[in-house]
Design a protein around this ligand. Structure first.
Ligand code: SF4
Length: 136
């Protein structure tokens, strides 16, 4: 990734991202964020520091309250990116009794990145879409 891909989230600040990787998509997102260091995106470990929540992987009904708590612990303004078919709709497990059929049923999703799993380029496009939304 070249420096030209860097997104200017602001003149001073970088955007902080909390990734909740709940299944295979989570591994893909971790790898992608590691490879995209010039985007002005800083991964953080705590919800209290994050302005963007990236939900990736299969959200089960048991995990859903923890995902909601993470969102509610984030400071305003806060945004949600849903990554992958599972987080978007339940994906291959859409008919499982234990799987949430889309994180948008519980949280306001600003950008949904399609794929199973999405390629790193798709995550990049999702971040660009959020960047356009934030700066609109
Ligand atoms: S969308 Fe596909 S790759 Fe992503 S968590 Fe679901 S099954 Fe795994």
């Amino acid at each position: 990734m070249t420096a030209s891909a860097r997104l200017e989230w602001g003149t001073t600040y970088q955007v902080t991202v909390l990734e909740l990787g709940l299944a295979c998509c989570g591994v893909e997102v971790m790898a992608a964020l590691d490879r995209l260091p010039d985007l002005g995106v800083t991964p953080v470990d705590g919800a209290g520091e994050a302005h963007v929540l990236v939900v990736s992987g299969t959200v089960t009904d048991v995990m859903l309250p923890a995902v909601i708590r993470s969102y509610e612990a984030m400071p305003e303004p806060r945004y949600v990116i849903s990554v992958g078919a599972c987080s978007n709709t339940g994906g291959p497990y859409w008919d499982s009794y234990s799987v949430t059929k889309g994180i948008d049923q519980a949280l306001p999703v600003h950008v949904a990145v399609p794929g199973c799993p999405p390629r790193p380029e798709a995550l990049l496009e999702g971040l660009k879409a959020l960047h356009r939304l934030v700066n609109a």
